[in-house]
Ligand binder design. Structure first.
Ligand code: NAD
Length: 462
């Protein structure tokens, strides 16, 4: 029987990063993965493939909308869907093989198959039993659906099916205006589909700063997405040639129907812990089915830990990665820490949306005195040259101390720009610190500095 210091179950961003960190810290490590390839949902059917399609469809949009304006004339490209899927699959392959290489380099054993935990200290995979001083559950999440809607991955699809449709649908209805619905909805809208998004709440992207969400909604509308909020979807029925969707408008309880060639169900995800045998082990779950942990990733059973989407907190790859590193460090006798106050969130549409820390709504609710510094990309030279001047940066700082409490960006490269604010927040910086930092010209990041200046005497370019 093989014996390890740590066996990690699941090789998504949480699991594989954890495995590498464990190995770096001298722990004998194995990672169990049942898929054909490493990388979990993120690399195989999530973050990476969706970004390939977002990139390709954005390039098409640029060619159609902006090339001629820059003097690049000629026929616009047309969509070769099978080639686009091949590009997406190649991108996946490069990334999953990269993890395989890193496992070999770090001498991490990949145990192929689906794991269960017969008892603390043992991991069963097929007929083989492996011994482990510590077991880390990093099994991630799976799409959650709603009553009356059954995912068949053909015409009623989750994000997984939406990444491999046989063709670009003429009409796509998306249930849920969260991250998945809007990212994939905007891909298909750019590729020519008529896209309608049905959202239960009155605002898109729950939890996002409301001003950013309003601006985001109007930009998506300009891109051709029809978004109906306050719409509670009750049913989706796959007929021979179309899917029939039934929904109620919450404001007056009126009932409505919509038709689509394909329906994307993007109503959230739920922890995936099936087959592990957690019940028999006595591992405590939360009411929402997440593995309960003690704040240091330990479950209710000694020697068993949980990280990532399977435990509480935002379902984000980078949150899982940080938890994977932290638990590895804890097992190696180090401090191991995740700062949950500074976890960025990014929506990879065009423009991108990025956020960190408190929203204005959070601060109002907490009764905290704050100031707001805003700067529009219309005042940013680089953004104007690149036809990317839609959007703005908003920095929220403590009214008295000037300490940065949060930042929200909608605009070009927002997902990259947010990190200078994350670093500033980690160091407890004031808005003035950011404002006094020299930013290269001409860059999008100048808009971040200007928003920080707007927390003080005011920006220069507006
Ligand atoms: P989500 O929770 O972001 O959004 C789901 C939306 O569906 C909500 O707005 C909700 O109000 C709506 N909804 C629920 N029931 C409904 C109904 N009956 N009718 C109409 N609308 C309904 O979930 P998601 O977009 O599916 O994403 C799942 C998880 O994956 C999230 O935690 C997300 O953060 C994560 N994710 C992140 C990224 C990223 O960081 N870029 C990308 C993809 C997924």
């Amino acid at each position: 029987m093989a014996s390890y210091d740590v066996i990690i179950i699941g090789s998504g961003p949480g699991g594989y990063v954890c495995a590498i960190r464990c190995a770096q810290l001298g722990l004998k490590t194995a990672c169990v993965e049942g898929r054909e390839t490493l990388g979990g949902t993120c690399l195989n059917v999530g973050c990476i493939p969706s970004k390939a399609l977002l990139h390709a469809s954005h390039m098409l949009h640029e060619a159609e909308e902006n090339f001629a304006k820059m003097g690049l004339k000629g026929k616009s490209p047309s969509v070769d869907w099978s080639q686009m899927l091949a590009y997406k699959d190649e991108t996946i392959g490069q990334n999953t093989k990269g993890i395989e290489f890193l496992f070999k380099k770090n001498k991490i054993d990949w145990i192929k198959g689906w794991a269960s935990i017969p008892e603390a200290g043992l991991v069963q995979v097929g007929d083989a039993t492996h011994k482990a001083k510590n077991i880390i559950i990093a099994t991630g999440s799976e799409p959650a659906t709603i009553p009356g809607v059954e995912i068949d991955e053909k015409t009623i699809v989750s994000s997984t099916g939406a990444l491999s449709l046989p063709k670009v649908p003429k009409k796509l209805v998306v249930i849920g205006a969260g991250v998945i619905g809007l990212e994939l909805g905007s891909v298909y809208a750019r590729l020519g589909a008529e896209v309608t998004v049905l959202e239960y709440l009155d605002q898109i992207t729950p939890g996002l700063d409301a001003e950013i969400a309003r601006s985001f909604r109007s930009l998506l509308k300009k891109q051709g997405l029809e978004i109906i909020t306050g719409a509670a979807v009750q049913s989706a029925e796959a007929l021979k040639t179309k899917v029939k969707i039934g929904y109620t408008l919450r404001k007056d309880d009126s009932e409505h129907q919509a038709d689509a060639e394909v329906v994307l169900v993007a109503t959230g995800r739920k922890p995936f812990t099936q087959g592990l045998g957690l019940d028999a082990l006595g591992v405590t779950l939360t009411k929402r089915g997440q593995i309960a942990t003690d704040g240091r990733f330990k479950t209710s059973v000694d020697g068993i830990y949980g990280i990532g989407d399977a435990i509480e907190g935002p379902m984000l790859a980078h949150k899982a990665e940080d938890e994977g590193m932290a638990v590895a460090e804890i097992l190696a006798g180090q401090a191991g820490h995740v700062n949950y106050d500074v976890i960025p969130g990014v929506i990879y549409t065009h423009p991108e949306v990025a956020t960190v820390g408190k929203t204005e709504e959070d601060l109002k609710e907490a009764g905290r005195a704050y100031k707001t510094g805003k700067f529009s990309f219309m005042g940013n030279g680089r953004a104007k040259a690149n036809f990317a001047a839609d959007g703005f940066v908003k920095v929220l700082a403590d009214a008295e101390t000037d300490r940065i409490l949060g930042a929200h960006i909608i605009g070009p490269a927002a997902g990259d720009l947010i990190h200078e604010i994350c670093v500033a927040m980690e160091f407890g910086a004031a808005a003035e610190d950011l404002a006094r930092t020299c930013h290269a010209h001409p860059t999008y990041s100048e808009a971040v500095r200007e928003a920080a200046l707007a927390c003080g005497d005011g920006p220069i370019h507006s």
